[in-house]
Unconditional design. Structure first.
Length: 307
């Protein structure tokens, strides 16, 4: 009799797949699979973070200069958005366990809105890089024909001597304009040099150096022959690869949320069956955590070198 009852429960337990004996076995299997997936994701992003740290240790000034061209406010806003989305996702799991259909639907929609907001802010940032010639791929920047003096037109960055002399007289400093007919990566060294010269006032041990020597002192000679621009290009390569892959994971997460919303609308989840919501929540939290590491490393670390 009990065997018949067990068989009946096996075939009618909500969400139980045919290859599992009971819900406990299914939940354990799904949990192990999810954690294995997250482990390989950690290794994947860990490799990217390692590459970032290696290059940053080699070119700290170039990476600090690159960070200075990222909008820390927008990055901070996105961080706040994802933190709040993690809260709404956690509450979604809670109400799924309670079988509260209406709250599940509301919270999933909110989570999706926050995720979409994050991607929207990221699109604004990418557009800014496109308009300012900071995409490190030939032809992917906005093609412009800004009016600039002929002396500046011969190179996409000002000559070293011109910048150094102009830096000593800030009111007459050149503007941030350039000619970019081919959509190439652009980088203006003027800001970095000006702020570097201002910074030297805090270093009494180099007061006796000339302006050019001070620039070399603070940049470890990275400005010679436009090499510094190439190092900044490395920063933006890493920036676009890491944030782009993160954005792709966010899009996948929104796909999961869409599926959860449909299932929640059908009142699928209850105290007996909520594993899909919990596993989707783990994925969402992981993506949020990745950004929490990306934000300070890309947007904040080293900015004091510039300001």
């Amino acid at each position: 009799m009990s065997t018949h009852a067990d068989t009946h429960e096996h075939h009618h337990a909500p969400g139980l797949q045919h290859q599992f004996e009971d819900m406990k076995q299914q939940e354990e299997s799904v949990s192990i699979g999810m954690w294995l997936f997250l482990a390989q994701e950690i290794m994947f992003f860990g490799g990217l973070f390692t590459a970032y740290l290696v290059f940053r240790s080699r070119y700290p000034m170039a990476f600090a200069a690159g960070s200075n061209h990222l909008d820390a406010f927008l990055g901070g806003l996105n961080t706040l958005v994802l933190i709040v989305s993690s809260l709404t996702m956690a509450l979604t799991v809670y109400y799924a366990q309670k079988g509260n259909r209406n709250m599940q639907v509301i919270l999933i929609v909110l989570t999706m809105l926050f995720g979409t907001m994050f991607l929207g802010v990221k699109a604004v940032e990418y557009n800014d890089k496109y308009n300012n010639g900071l995409v490190p791929v030939a032809g992917l920047n906005k093609k412009t024909k800004a009016g600039v003096p002929a002396a500046e037109h011969k190179a996409f960055v000002l000559p070293f001597e011109t910048v150094a002399s102009a830096s000593e007289s800030t009111p007459g400093a050149p503007e941030h304009v350039y000619v970019n007919p081919h959509g190439e990566f652009q980088w203006h060294e003027y800001d970095l040099i000006r702020h570097t010269i201002e910074l030297q006032a805090k270093e009494p041990n180099v007061q006796h150096l000339t302006v050019a020597e001070k620039i070399g002192y603070f940049t470890s000679g990275q400005l010679d022959e436009n090499k510094f621009r190439d190092k900044v290009r490395i920063f933006f390569w890493i920036y676009f690869v890491m944030t782009g892959l993160h954005a792709l994971h966010m899009i996948i997460g929104l796909g999961l949320m869409t599926w959860l919303l449909w299932k929640a609308w059908k009142n699928t989840y209850s105290a007996e069956y909520y594993m899909p919501v919990e596993m989707s929540g783990l994925y969402w939290h992981f993506v949020d955590i990745v950004w929490i590491f990306l934000f300070p490393l890309l947007y904040l670390l080293g900015r004091h070198f510039i300001h």
